[in-house]
Design a protein around this ligand. Structure first.
Ligand SMILES: Cc1ncc(COP(=O)(O)O)c(C=O)c1O
Length: 347
């Protein structure tokens, strides 16, 4: 498969905007109409200068801990930005389509709708796994991207690696694996497979295990060709200076993330076993992520009563295959205990 054939013609021809900081980050910088005197707020970074548009330090630092090359890494304002950019690069509005699983994370469909790109849905089977035959039947010549999420939000399970790789091999389009929650099941990541398959793209985020949701940063691992396209299309200075500094700091402190992961997994197991033995909870699904999905008799009522107690979870009971289901994020131990106590009282 030639990936170039999947790229929109206007993007292939696009002459990217040339940012001042593309060429120079140091020296007597009189090239970008910045304020050379200083900044009204400079507590965390040198904010009077534009940030590095190519995220060079960040890509180097991430490349080292991820074991992938820096030229395979693109950084966005959350992985949500990468999702939108991929659709804009590959899908012609009113003509092309993406495929998503149902249920899954809602932003793939929203980003497609914003870009006037058709969405084809494949329903996950009763174990929340891929129905490969259904996918093969429904993929069209105009389908440019299949979005898969593993561990899947909101079901919490990993998709089978062999199914994903079979699709990557068979389909004549891109397959994006959103690994937003993979820090909680790292050994299953497909990030290192990207070098073997030009049509495979892995998305990751600092918003979950790393505890950096407020800084807005996510990234893709993709072929150098696709990575270059992403850098060509993004807004000139998408990642601000504090985000770049903050993520570099986070990477230096990766061991803190690793300890968050262990704590969250052990908290998740505690919440799981409390839910499993609670009368009124019909089913709790196993999870490889930092949330659990569980089934109750009256999800709307349970949800609303929790809201009144200011315990906020997510009502997922109207999603395909999730009738009766609520999703709870694993919080800190006090939050988890409060949630369990309130839920027990309600049920
Ligand atoms: C599966 C999945 N992908 C991506 C995101 C968005 O991540 P980010 O904060 O990096 O935009 C989320 C957020 O909930 C998610 O659940």
């Amino acid at each position: 498969m030639n990936i170039e054939n999947l790229v929109r013609e206007n993007i292939k021809k696009l002459k990217p905007y040339s940012s001042a900081r593309d060429s120079f980050l140091e020296g007597t910088l009189l090239d970008a109409n910045e304020n050379g005197i200083g900044s009204v707020w400079d507590e965390y970074a040198v904010l009077n200068r534009y940030p590095d548009p190519n995220h060079r330090k960040l890509r180097q630092a991430a490349s080292a801990y991820l074991g992938v090359n820096a030229d395979q890494l693109f950084f966005g304002v959350g992985s949500d930005e990468v999702i939108d950019l991929l659709i804009r690069i590959f899908c012609k509005p009113e003509t092309d389509s993406i495929m998503i699983t149902d249920p899954s994370y809602g932003m793939y469909e929203v980003a497609a709708d914003v870009n006037d790109v058709k969405v084809i849905k494949t329903v996950l089977d009763e174990n929340f796994q891929l129905d490969l035959n259904d996918i093969r039947e429904k993929v069209e010549a105009e389908t440019k991207i299949v979005f898969l999420c593993s561990p899947n939000n909101p079901t919490g399970n990993l998709l089978k690696k062999e199914d994903i790789l079979e699709l990557v091999n068979d389909l004549n389009c891109l397959v994006v694996i959103d690994e937003a929650y993979m820090d909680f099941a790292e050994s299953n990541s497909l990030k290192k497979e990207v070098r073997n398959f030009e049509n495979l793209i892995v998305l990751r985020t600092y918003s979950k295990a790393w505890g950096m949701a407020g800084i807005r940063c996510g990234f893709s691992v993709a072929s150098p060709y696709i990575t270059e396209l992403l850098y060509k299309v993004k807004a000139p200075y998408n990642l601000n200076m504090m985000t770049q500094k903050g993520i570099l700091k986070a990477i230096e402190n990766k061991s803190t993330k690793d300890s968050f992961v262990s704590t969250i997994i052990s908290e998740r197991e505690k919440v799981y076993s409390e839910l499993a033995k609670m009368s009124g909870v019909k089913k709790v699904y196993p999870s490889e992520a930092n949330f659990l999905i569980f089934e109750v008799e009256n999800p709307d009522e349970v949800y609303q009563t929790l809201v009144k107690k200011e315990v906020i979870i997510r009502n997922r009971s109207r999603m395909t295959r999730l009738s009766g289901c609520l999703r709870v994020s694993i919080g800190n131990s006090e939050e988890n205990e409060l949630f369990i106590n309130e839920l027990r009282r309600i049920l």
